[in-house]
Design a protein around this ligand. Structure first.
Ligand code: KG4
Ligand code: ZN
Length: 385
């Protein structure tokens, strides 16, 4: 197969990223400019600010990725960019720049689904380690701030297809981490802070009822011709209930005043360290954090393994920002081993948003010459199939 250097560009949410990957299997450079500092005061991503920051960062980030890869605009073989899903205005910044580059350089342009990117982050790193023999079907849990999706993935020659067998009915798992952290006065983004604080609390202290999903998701309604797919068992998630349960716990235990004190104390520290968080959290709060994380992790792992059993999955991928979570990783590793299913994660750097995953996912499309027309547009709700 020909060797190809692909420049990837990612701007779907709050990270401006560019990377060069060789033939979907060798990470040459990977640059990520995070906007966390911009959005932190608002406790979440502000779409208009995200677009503005992408505009500011995109040119230097791409130049740095090329320079670190010892490549030039002329030397790369193709330009890959995230088409969706994501924030429309943010996506457009990356897409417009990628189109301009492809047009000016007369290079192929490849449009990539962000979720497929997260899945290919795992493949890229496994191939880089020399693991070329993955067993199919692969079941992929993509779990991030915007998504909690289960895909059954199949490989056909150079292309991949995906069947969605589960998704969240409401909040994404990462969104639940972020909302609970905000509710407890721990700042944004919440996942990494909760991850670090959870080992300091008792995960058995607060019992959360498992999410009950009685009805079929109305978004899944399909025509009669698709009844075969309708018949497949679904493995949907729901995380808004646990967020409400945390809020109720806070109210019942009169924790609001101490949360406000914590919020102010942490806001006064430029980059709070673990000790700063611990100094501002009482036992009840740490127990609540540990119990919340345990409940989310058990739900994600339990449903994914049930889906793996039902679909006879030979391999599990766990990817997306929440895949950086320590308890999620160790629980998947332990329970995957018990069930005899190998579980693969990206490194923590490639778990959260990056452009290496976009350049890697573009390689099969490069081989099959699946190039994007110059007039393609951003798709905020792009579906992966
Ligand atoms: O994949 P990502 O960078 O962006 C999206 O596509 O959404 O994921 C970001 C999400 C945020 O909700 C963040 O709180 C969560 O991933 N996250 C974590 C951890 N690191 C990031 N959640 C739990 N534990 C972590 N260590
Ligand atoms: Zn993502």
């Amino acid at each position: 197969m020909p060797s190809a250097y692909i420049l990837g560009i990612e701007s779907s949410c709050d990270e401006t990223a560019a990377a060069v990957v060789r033939s979907g299997e060798q990470l040459i450079s990977n640059v990520v400019a995070s906007q966390i500092a911009t959005h932190q005061p608002y406790g979440g991503v502000v779409p208009e600010l995200a677009s503005r920051e992408h505009l500011r960062a995109i040119v230097p980030v791409v130049k740095q990725a090329l320079a670190e890869a010892k490549q030039t605009f002329q030397s790369v073989d193709a330009i890959a960019v995230t088409r969706g899903p994501g924030l429309a205005g943010a996506l457009l910044v990356g897409i417009s720049y990628a189109k301009a580059l492809a047009f000016a350089l007369d290079k192929p342009l490849i449009a990539v689904n962000h979720l497929e990117g997260h899945i290919h982050a795992v493949l890229l790193e496994e191939r880089q380690k020399g693991n070329h023999a993955l067993q199919f079907p692969v079941l992929a849990l993509v779990v991030s701030g915007g998504h909690t999706h289960l895909y059954l993935a199949h490989e056909h020659a150079n292309s991949w297809t995906y069947e969605n067998i589960g998704h969240t009915r409401d909040d994404a798992a990462g969104e639940a981490f972020d909302k609970v952290a905000k509710l407890l006065g721990l700042g944004y983004p919440g996942g990494p802070v909760i991850d670090r604080l959870a080992p300091h609390g008792d995960p058995e202290a607060v019992k959360f009822a498992p999410a009950q999903l009685k009805h079929r998701d109305r978004r899944d309604h399909k025509g009669a011709s698709e009844s075969a797919e309708e018949d497949r068992q679904r493995f949907d998630f729901s995380f808004s209930g646990i967020k409400t349960a945390v809020l109720r716990y806070v109210e019942v235990h009169s924790m609001k005043a101490s949360i406000e004190k914590r919020r102010q104390a942490l806001a006064a520290i430029v980059k709070p360290k673990l000790e700063d968080y611990l100094a501002n959290c009482d036992r009840r709060t740490l127990d609540l954090i540990a119990s919340f994380q345990r409940a989310v992790v058990d739900d994600l792992v339990g449903k994914t393994l049930a889906a793996a059993r039902a679909c006879d999955a030979a391999t599990l991928f766990v990817t997306g920002g929440v895949a950086a979570n320590n308890e999620l990783r160790s629980t998947f590793e332990r329970r995957g081993a018990q069930e005899g299913v190998p579980v693969f994660f990206p490194s923590r750097a490639l778990s959260t948003d990056n452009a290496a995953m976009i350049a890697a996912a573009a390689y099969p499309k490069f081989l099959s010459q699946d190039f994007a027309p110059m007039d393609f547009s951003a798709e905020a709700s792009l579906i992966l199939r």
